[in-house]
Design a protein around this ligand. Sequence first.
Ligand code: COA
Length: 322
Amino acid sequence: MNYVSIKGTASSVPRTKISNNELSNYVDTTDEWIASRTGIKSRHLSTGETTTSLAVSAAKEALARSNTRGEDIDLIIVATISPEYFMPSTACLVQEEIGAINATSFDLSAACSGFVYGLKLASQGIRCGDYKTALLIGSEVLSKTLDWEDRSTCVLFGDGAGAVILSQDQKPGIIKTYTGSDGGGAGLLTLRASKNKNILYEGEEYNPYMEMKGRQVYSFANKIVPICIEKLLDGTEYTINDIDHFVLHQANERIIDSLARKMKLPIGRFHKNIADYGNTSAASIPIALNQLDEKGSLNKGDLVIIVGFGGGLTWGSALIKW
Ligand code: COA
């Protein structure tokens, strides 16, 4: 049996960071409204960086940190809902930039659960022996998908990328993954791809920006995260009290706080960085993992649970022994 572990982490964000107060010069909002409802204080916004350039920069750093060469990578998955192109995939563009000539490369669309979905696919590919080393990236420039006149969405999101190198190992690192989806909730979070039109059909007008039914998404998140954790631990030798770190998708600080309360767990076990990044969708979990890694908070053998949830609706979790 092949096992899979995380060999290296990295992240990359646009150089420009904008606080809630600065944002209120452009959008009819206040620091008080944003911070009290979401915990967000600032976010990085692109001033030219792209989903691809952020992904490439995180990938290069992850390779360097894990002593891996581009040609060692067999699989590249980029989880994103904000690619520059439908074709070629962002993953193929990353492949070219890092010289990963032996890789199979593709993008994955599962919104804010994209990183967890990618982790499941990549680790299963390695476990069954198809691949030895995979590069998994979550990268987003969500700022280009937002209607900057819709204050109920544009203040919530940020741009950034996070990457991990996964490789075959003798001992389990990725212990278990769990994913699910519900197309019945598709209308709660949407981002239209393109207009349906041709020489015979004019097509209807559509909103090209991200749209969200905030309250319903909030309820969904509160309901699904405990299920993700329960299903993940089910059938393993671990209980919730054994878990050292919870890295939840950073959508709203209140979601994280209320979950910790509900599960009667110390809030210190939950990593929070939404104050500095906002919601970076598929990038939020790998950015958070990289922060914990860089701070030296992840000790060998620590148990980490990651949980993603978002548009689709989609959700997923993974239990990782660091
Ligand atoms: N600044 C100031 N006021 C704002 C505002 C902003 N940026 N955005 C909305 N408002 C106003 C609304 O116009 C509304 O005013 P009204 O009562 O006069 O009509 C009021 O604030 C309340 O809006 P509401 O949408 O009910 O707020 P809320 O308490 O539900 O919080 C969210 C909104 C978006 C923060 C919250 O619903 C949320 O976090 N949802 C989950 C979002 C999420 O996680 N999405 C990603 C999932 S991956």
